[in-house]
Design a protein around this ligand. Structure first.
Ligand SMILES: [Zn+2]
Length: 82
């Protein structure tokens, strides 16, 4: 089991940190989810977050089908798991 203190995927959107092209501020979250000391999306609505992530993925050139799949898996991220 990987050390939960230094995950290899974003704990909010599950994106692998190796795919993160930005500058990461947090050990837990990618630069898309977390910047300037806070979450970019501060709400608690998973569906809304998924919608935002989906649009972000498309704008980064992710193919639609892959973006849909990745968006679906966000619900399993530690931030959203109940
Ligand atoms: Zn993220």
């Amino acid at each position: 089991m990987p050390n939960p203190k230094s995950p290899t995927n974003c704990q909010s959107c599950l994106m692998p940190f190796t795919k993160d092209k930005g500058v990461r501020e947090s050990e837990q979250y990618c630069s898309y989810c977390f910047a300037n000391g806070k979450f970019k999306y501060e709400g608690t609505n998973l569906k809304e977050f998924q919608k935002i992530s989906y649009q972000a993925m498309l704008s980064h050139g992710t193919p639609k089908l892959l973006a849909k799949l990745l968006t679906f898996t966000i619900r399993f991220a530690p931030r959203w798991r109940k």
